[in-house]
Design a protein around this ligand. Structure first.
Ligand code: ADP
Ligand code: MG
Length: 670
């Protein structure tokens, strides 16, 4: 059974720490432990490191505070107030009993996570907040509690359950924005649990679902709190016939702000801001959460919060290792792509056996990431026809952009609830999604960049639990991976037998035969054209200095010939080949496949789509995901860190963020 306790070590980043916080052990804390699936909590409690916070550990970064800082060297000067760390004690801060009991009795949480205690306290005072917090640390409750309390304080009748009848969609009181549909839905579910004893009505509006239906629901039931993705929100607010408006908006929350900018939502956010009442006329509280605070997030924050009165709360400690440094990570060199699926199967089988033989080992629950949707589809289709997928007690699901939203939600929910299983995923779930009990994150093929690699790894080891990361690469891809993933604690792992098998020799060692045979059976049952689509999409993957398209052609052709035992590799149409500069690459078969039209040309572009949009700062469009980023960033950071901490501009308030980003990359160790 999987149990985890949330880390309680609440030391802040160096700078903040030095200036303000004082920590000491006053009394041991006990923390509610989490159980793997569903929302059920274990009745047992896990004692934790006795760490307590005595004084408030946030830094007031208003101009006022900055001035005070200069005058007063006493680090605790402004930090007199007591920090609440138990949900039950929120009543002392005036939080409505209905909310408190929904948490303590309904959700059965007793102690706050660090992020919660560090941000709920100041947010309840009503100031705007920019908070740097990792995923998996309980941010959702951290912003929901103050947001809901604000509504209850300003509109007391909302505490009465009957007031829900008077809710109306053209008077939304709070908006919560999240970068992905799944995350928005997850937040919606959590919010509904919190408001169950009140009259507050929560609605979720995300792209991909039938807009008319959700709109009618919203009009019928009304809406006080709208949880939405930026695109759909912009759509609703700008459509004067939607009946959705927020003329009296009291609270505005941005979750995962860095991700929102990464995926190219900066225009949408800008437009949304224009559609909201100006803060000068209708006062609202803004809470912005972000795992990293790069320059574009600082710029975004500047356009959102009250620049002369906000707090920057850093909840990431310099020595509280981020997930990607804590979780053991392995790179598995594979002879070729044809070894990928057998290797996944071997990892699954070994982990399953380990859990069966030792009750203290958590049941195998894995997310398997590919960078291309077509490969996810092919993998899912293959594994659906293998023992792993079919009969041996490890259920599998897929999730990617080609599924419609209800399917995606269904698959995500089923995986979330299941104790064991595999979710084959594209990057739609890489960030922010909370699947309890994930023991393995398996990345197959080159990750697009270092950030994405880290976010995927972050799907395991959540809420203090243990987990492991695996990266399966063909040998020729390793040099490129080394360049793309500097400074990560990834170690070569040769404990598996399937990756080293060279199918080109025609020799399959006996102990591995069952994996290869099972996968081969799986391949043979995939739909016609599925492999070709995967093949085409991998030809369009991001290349780099150490890996080019000719290398990929060789790897793909090996997979086709020795893995799938195909006589011919998938064809590429002459037009497409010339358009993509593939015409002269050895091994590319120019022509037409008869089975089915293999892949569309647009697959080659990967997921470029929304590049080129203007952004808040220097990293706006999603096309900028290139490998450059790591390098540039390292450079900038180094520079900033050296000096530049003088001055009192808006940006200067965030200077301490640098201490925690740990972006001065060392060489990779694999
Ligand atoms: P984040 O948004 O930071 O990624 P979540 O809000 O999704 O994190 O929370 C991560 C997990 O921890 C969720 O399963 C949530 O229900 C659980 N959780 C949140 N707060 C607490 C708490 N105070 N005690 C125990 N579990 C918590
Ligand atoms: Mg979250």
């Amino acid at each position: 059974m999987f149990k985890a306790s949330l880390p309680r070590h609440a030391r802040l980043g160096n700078v903040v720490c030095r200036q303000l916080s004082t920590f000491s052990c006053v009394r041991p804390l006990r923390l509610q432990s989490l159980q793997s699936s569903g929302q059920q909590l274990s009745a047992s409690r896990t004692p934790l490191r006795s760490v307590c916070l005595r004084s408030i550990a946030t830094r007031l970064y208003s101009s006022e505070a900055a001035a005070a800082r200069q005058q007063d060297a006493n680090p605790d000067a402004k930090a007199g107030s007591q920090l609440i760390t138990k949900f039950a004690d929120l009543s002392q801060l005036g939080v409505h009993p209905a909310l408190v009991s929904a948490i303590t009795d309904g959700m059965r949480y007793e102690d706050m996570t660090d992020v919660q205690s560090l941000t709920i306290n100041p947010a309840l005072r009503g100031t705007d907040l920019v908070a740097q917090a990792k995923t998996g640390t309980g941010k959702t409750l951290a912003f929901l509690v103050p947001t809901l309390q604000r509504l209850l304080a300003e509109i007391p009748e909302l505490a009465d359950r009957r007031s829900s009848r008077r809710a109306s969609s053209d008077d939304v009181k709070a908006i919560i924005m999240s970068p992905t549909r799944e995350l928005a839905e997850q937040i919606g579910v959590e919010a509904k649990k919190l408001v169950r004893n009140t009259g507050i009505v929560v609605q979720t509006a995300v792209g991909g679902t039938r807009k008319r239906e959700s709109l009618m629901k919203m009009q019928r039931e009304g809406c006080h709190i709208l949880v939405a993705t930026p695109g759909r929100l912009e759509d609703l607010l700008s459509d004067e016939y939607s009946g959705v408006a927020a003329p009296n908006l009291k609270a505005f929350v941005l979750d995962e702000a860095d991700r929102m900018l990464d995926v190219g939502f900066s225009d949408a956010i800008r437009n949304i801001l224009d559609l909201l009442p100006p803060v000068s006329k209708v006062d609202r509280q803004t809470l912005l959460y972000s795992a990293t605070i790069p320059r574009n997030v600082v710029h975004l924050a500047k356009s959102l919060v009250k620049t002369n009165n906000f707090e920057f709360v850093q909840t990431i400690s310099a020595d509280d290792a981020p997930t990607h440094e804590r979780v053991p990570q392995y790179i598995v060199p594979c002879k070729g792509y044809e070894n990928w699926f057998p290797a996944i199967m071997e990892i699954a089988e070994k982990a399953r056996e380990a859990a069966e033989n030792d009750p203290s080992v958590a049941p195998f629950k894995a997310m398997v990431f590919f960078s291309n949707t077509a490969v996810v589809e092919f993998a899912y289709s293959t594994f659906s026809n293998t023992k792993l997928g079919g009969f041996s007690g490890v259920p599998i699901w897929d999730i990617h952009s080609k599924l419609n939203q209800p399917q995606r939600t269904r698959h995500a929910d089923a995986f979330r609830r299941s104790k064991t299983g595999i979710l084959f995923s594209s990057d739609v779930t890489a960030r922010g999604m909370d699947f309890p009990g994930v023991t393995h994150v398996i990345q197959v093929g080159l990750p697009p960049d270092r950030d994405q690699y880290i976010h995927r790894v972050g799907r395991t080891g959540r809420a203090g639990a243990s987990g492991e990361g695996w990266l399966l690469l063909a040998e020729p891809e390793i040099a490129e991976a080394r360049a793309r993933l500097p400074g990560l604690p990834i170690k070569p792992n040769r404990s598996l037998v399937t990756p080293a098998v060279d199918l080109a020799t025609g020799q399959i060692p006996e102990e591995t035969a069952r994996y290869f045979n099972d996968v081969e059976k799986g391949y043979s049952k995939t739909r016609s054209g599925e492999f070709a689509q995967a093949y085409h999409s991998l030809l369009g993957q991001k290349f780099g200095r150490k890996l080019d398209v000719a290398d990929a052609v060789e790897l793909l052709n090996r997979w086709s010939e020795y893995g799938l035992k195909r006589e011919q590799v998938p064809a590429i149409t002459p037009q497409s080949a010339s358009k993509r500069g593939l015409a002269r690459i050895p091994g590319v078969r120019i022509g037409h496949d008869t089975e089915q039209s293999y892949g569309r040309d647009d697959r080659f572009g990967g997921r470029g789509g929304s590049g080129g949009r203007g952004g808040f700062g220097d990293r706006g469009g999603s096309d900028s995901r290139g490998g450059n980023r790591g390098g540039n960033r390292g450079g900038n950071r180094g520079g900033n860190r050296g000096g530049n901490r003088r001055g009192n501009s808006f940006e200067d308030k965030f200077a301490s963020r640098e201490s925690n980003d740990r972006q001065s990359f060392s060489r990779s160790s694999f």
